[in-house]
Write a protein that binds this ligand. Structure first.
Ligand code: PHE
Length: 452
């Protein structure tokens, strides 16, 4: 009950907010998914298209979410409801997405811990396939790491916006950056790395199809933490005089920069050691360990890489839990302590089922829907999570462009006309027409209604 009398928390400083928001954005999406997509979709051309999409669609939706959050100073459900009652459903989709994404995200976060422990105990050896399959098909071990990861997430969010999320982001984000720089130096000084750099930086547009574009849009939303209210929630803790336009430019710019240099760190090493860059999701957990084992000082760099991946995942996981937490605090009047433990527990449980769906002897967790047979993990990670983000982002754009109106949004963005917004007309055009159209195409392709 005490949270009824306490004023809503705010970020302690602008830098603190930016580091937390960049921390949310920079995660497994940048360091694990992005390089493997670049590898799978033909290198620099993908990179180029990705940057274009982030600049046009990502920045637009980022500004939209931050604006809704700061205007209402509420969680996603309360925020949409405050602006237009019926649209609360978009907020609910976001809260559901928080449950879905954090459940599997925490399992993958747990794998990073399992790999850190292996690199410390000298078990980080041999080819990556054996190590990875050994871990995920074991019914017990991944659950222990999943529990540790979820406990870390709950432990941070438990302490609130300023003394939990902001404080830890200020430590982990700079540390992550330093580790990434060290790994790049190691990677680029391997013999044969040049071919990887060339592949990464020389575009070959003959490889680009519509599928490349659709993949890049999905990747951009996941990577920027958009489409489920994470940025609405973080924006709701902003002070009224904070510059939203600058933040909406800085967060995607830093997120994309980190994805870019993660590619620079990983792909040259993969090339130098003759592995396949199109390895997909297995790149970080299967190909890279093999790469590390084959290079001088590989044990140390392997350790460094998985600590980095752990930090990146953790600062994203806390933003996922914070969406659900803000919702129960605002709407159900729960205390922060109660909600983090109870909701973290529920997510842990869903995650247990995800993890077990890869384990030996749990065939019943692999099932058929819509003509596809997948383990529960893949259903949530590759299907439901992405679907919710795409639908959420689409509805957010339609809501701002056509219901709440660009004019009302502009009033909040410019702080009642006190701050200039030179590109207002362009932003309005993007949010009313370009983004909804692009997202409808992506959605239809995702649901296999239109195939390219
Ligand atoms: N942006 C995070 C990443 O790249 C994932 C995430 C998605 C976090 C949605 C919050 C909300 O890993």
């Amino acid at each position: 009950m005490d949270n009824l009398t306490k004023p809503r928390e705010q970020w302690g400083s602008r830098v603190g907010f930016l580091l937390a928001a960049v921390g949310s954005a920079v995660g497994l999406g940048n360091i694990w998914r992005f390089p493997s997509r670049v590898g799978a979709y033909g290198g620099a051309a993908y990179l180029f298209i990705y940057i274009l999409i982030v600049a046009l669609i990502g920045v637009t939706v980022m500004l939209a979410e931050l604006t809704i959050g700061r205007k209402t100073q509420l969680n996603p459900v309360g925020a949409f409801r405050a602006l237009s009652k019926k649209w609360a459903v978009v907020g609910y989709l976001g809260v559901i997405a928080g449950f879905v994404i954090l459940s599997f995200y925490s399992v993958v976060g747990g794998w990073t811990i399992g790999y850190i422990v292996r690199s410390l105990t000298g078990a980080f050896a041999g080819d990556g396939v054996e190590m990875f399959m050994g871990l995920i098909t074991n019914p017990i071990e991944p659950l222990i790491w999943h529990l540790v990861f979820m406990a870390c997430t709950v432990g941070i969010v438990f302490f609130g916006v300023r003394s939990g999320i902001e404080k830890i982001s200020k430590i982990l984000m700079p540390a992550l950056f330093i580790m990434l720089v060290l790994i790049i130096i190691r990677s680029l000084t391997l013999p044969g790395a040049g071919a990887g750099v060339a592949y990464y930086l020389r575009p070959d547009f003959s490889k680009v199809t519509l599928k490349t574009v659709v993949s890049a849009v999905g990747q951009a939303f996941f990577s920027l933490s958009l489409g489920m209210g994470a940025m609405i929630t973080y924006g709701s803790y902003l002070k009224k005089d904070e510059d939203l336009i600058k933040s909406a430019a800085i967060i995607p710019a830093l997120d994309t920069f980190i994805a870019f240099i993660a590619g620079l760190a990983i792909l040259p090493a993969v090339f130098a050691l003759g592995a396949n860059p199109g390895e997909g999701a297995g790149l970080a957990f299967i190909t890279l360990p093999g790469v590390f084992n084959a290079m001088p000082l590989g044990g140390f760099f392997g350790f460094l890489f998985f600590v980095l991946l752990f930090f990146a995942a953790l600062t994203s996981a806390i933003s996922l839990l914070e969406v659900v937490t803000a919702y129960t605090i605002d709407q159900w009047k729960w205390s922060r302590q109660k909600t983090t433990i109870v909701m973290g527990g529920v997510m842990f449980f869903i995650g247990v089922l995800c993890s077990l769906s890869y384990a030996d002897g749990f065939g019943w967790l692999t099932f058929r829907l819509f003509g596809m047979e997948l383990p529960l993990f893949d259903w949530l990670a590759d299907w439901l999570g992405d679907l919710l983000l795409i639908v959420g982002a689409l509805l957010t754009c339609i809501f701002i462009g056509w219901v709440w109106t660009v004019k009302s949004a502009a009033k909040e963005i410019t702080h009642d006309g006190q701050k200039p917004f030179m590109l207002l007309g362009f932003w309005g055009f993007l949010i009313k027409f370009v983004c909804p159209l692009a997202l409808v195409i992506v959605l239809l392709n995702f649901l296999k209604i239109i195939q390219f």
